[in-house]
Design a protein around this ligand. Sequence first.
Ligand code: NAP
Length: 308
Amino acid sequence: MSAPVRIAVVGLGKIARDQHLPAIAGDPGFTLAATASREGEGAGVPHFASLDALLADGPPVDAVALCTPPQVRYDLAAAAIGRGLHVFLEKPPGATLAEVVALDALAARAGVTLFASWHSRFAAGVAPARDWLAARTVRRVAITWREDVRVWHPGQRWIWEAGGLGVFDPGINALSIATAILPHPFFLQDAVLQFPANRDAPIAADLRFRDATGAPVTMDLDFRQTGPQSWDIVVDTDDGTLTLSNGGAVLMLPDGERRAPDREYPALYARFAELIAGGECDVDVAPLRHVADAFLRGRHERVEPFHD
Ligand code: NAP
């Protein structure tokens, strides 16, 4: 068995602490070598105020996991690739499509692994949903992703800044699932994006796509949802209805419900290890491309200011 991959985690915020550090601790293929974050104490390993400082003075590392907001990810990833390190990108992989494509080329040239991760694709219901849909005709798809931004993103200013994606920060997870499970590509027809008067990213969006066979795909995103939260995809087919709920964790098929334990981040690290061992990259920009299309083709409306 080869030695564990020595990994540094950069950006010790919510997702790094909730998911990355436990997933790394639970995976014998990795060992946490260092952390970098402007604030905070670290996690019991050498801690640095920046990736540059870590690369200059830190212990040797083979890989980095970039858990910062997307707006600063390109420079970090380019620096790591430039040092010959493998790179795990949190979603979304960047603030623009062009920078992600450029990173892919940099990684290929450097011969390192670049993994643009989409954690929701590893939710328990997603692979069986894709397999079930592959043999059926899709008639209609309805995506509803409505959550309370005050509960899930308290104090995250970056999410409201340009490149932070606003309600598309969770919405892109739905798109990562839809692009993985639907048997045909789908294209934006029209969209309305609602921007609070005091913010640079949308708080809600309504999108209408159609797939290559003409089946409608609707998407309802809202950050103002109080009470029950919705992370659901409903697919009507010629053979009954498939429902993926809880962000892909629960799959309902005409013959009953399927549930399995949540293994999204352990599965992401297993995939990263597999890519490193195989000398491969995995960079699928399809979900980010749909978001870019929404900003490009959607009508932008101003709505009342949002206050935390
Ligand atoms: P977060 O709690 O705000 O953490 C991001 C961390 O990045 C901050 O703690 C900050 O640490 C560091 N950072 C570096 N440069 C920054 C900058 N210019 N502005 C703000 N922070 C900066 O955010 P998060 O929820 O962990 O999300 C981070 C990424 O993971 C996002 O792309 C998000 O879409 C993705 N993600 C989040 C979740 C979730 O449930 N929260 C789930 C899956 C994926 P320092 O200030 O110490 O440098």
